[in-house]
Write a protein that binds this ligand. Structure first.
Ligand code: SAM
Length: 288
């Protein structure tokens, strides 16, 4: 039917080893009308390798608003579109989620062609509990935001998964050690599915000293053991403090007042506004 809408296919592509592309992914890339790629040059290499000739358009963080509208227009006209990121699964620390939302809002069908995800690949190789995990993506480059993010996870029992670039690895490991403690176990997974794949299983103390000697190379996933039952209980003692005492304690540990309020709110399971108001009420009362 001429008025039928097209479909968006979220296609996972290899995170290193081209052999990991699925037969269905290749079939979809061959059959769609257009491929929306995070980096068209990179996707062209994949297509060339498999002898696929197809129209490509770029869809990335910086053009996602205008390009998103264009892609929706094509889908509304009945065209089928595949979305691919540079590597791995779209929408996982990559563009994709906005396009999915737009499709849902416009009544366009979305389906996925599942495949590699670096975080899950690292988790299953880490040797750490895989039953309950939290995917945390990239930490902010801003020191304070990074610290507040880590602080909010200090007492989290889930195994934690982070993505990291090699040039930021040392700083990140040091920050993690100062928040989680040196004895927390970590698996550093690099170059997954590639020739030089390596999983370094150690503690945060061990990780920091390992990279004092060596230069970090390649792409990393950091998988960190969750908090122990005792550490989780420690949190309960913090939330027994008054809001002011709690926020002041976090400020003493190096956070700004704003980040301390944010972290205290996360630990207490209440809104930032509530902590902010209560904190200032207590400060004013003490000054009377
Ligand atoms: N969408 C991707 C996925 O499904 O995993 C993630 C994209 S994110 C922009 C890129 C980050 O993923 C890298 O900085 C690194 O942390 C991780 N990554 C991707 N490929 C990897 C690999 N082969 N080995 C280790 N980490 C990898």
């Amino acid at each position: 039917m001429a008025d039928e809408k097209g479909k968006l296919y979220l296609c996972a592509t290899p995170i290193g080893n081209l052999g990991d592309v699925s037969a269905r992914c290749l079939e979809v890339l061959r059959s769609v009308d257009l491929i929306a790629a995070e980096d068209t040059r990179r996707t062209l290499q994949l297509l060339n390798h498999f002898g696929i000739t197809k129209a490509l358009t770029s869809y990335h963080e910086h053009n996602k608003r205008t390009k998103g509208e264009y892609i929706i227009k094509l889908l509304n006209e009945g065209k089928n579109v595949a979305q691919v990121s540079d590597a791995g699964t779209p929408a996982i620390s990559d563009p994709g989620e906005d396009l999915v939302r737009l499709c849902i809002e416009n009544g366009i069908e979305v389906t996925s062609v599942p495949g590699p995800v670096a975080g899950i690949t690292a988790l299953i190789l880490s040797g750490l509990p895989a039953g309950r995990y939290a995917f945390e993506g990239f930490l902010s480059v801003n020191k304070r935001h990074r610290r507040a993010h880590l602080d909010s996870l200090k007492n989290d029992r889930h195994t934690l998964i982070f993505y990291e670039a090699p040039h930021k690895l040392r700083t990140t490991l040091e920050d993690m050690r100062s928040v989680f403690g040196g004895s927390r176990r970590i698996a550093m997974a690099r170059e997954l599915t590639k020739l030089h794949e390596e999983i370094i299983r150690t503690t945060l103390d061990g990780a920091v000293s390992y990279y004092e000697e060596k230069t970090p190379r390649g792409e990393y996933v950091l998988v960190i053991e969750g908090a122990s039952e005792e550490e989780e209980t420690e949190e309960n003692t913090d939330i027994l403090l008054s809001v002011r005492e709690h926020v002041d304690k976090l400020i003493e540990s190096g956070l700004t007042q704003k980040d301390a309020i944010k972290a205290a709110a996360a630990e207490r399971g209440v809104s930032k506004r509530d902590v902010y108001n209560e904190y200032h009420r207590e400060v004013e009362n003490d000054e009377l």
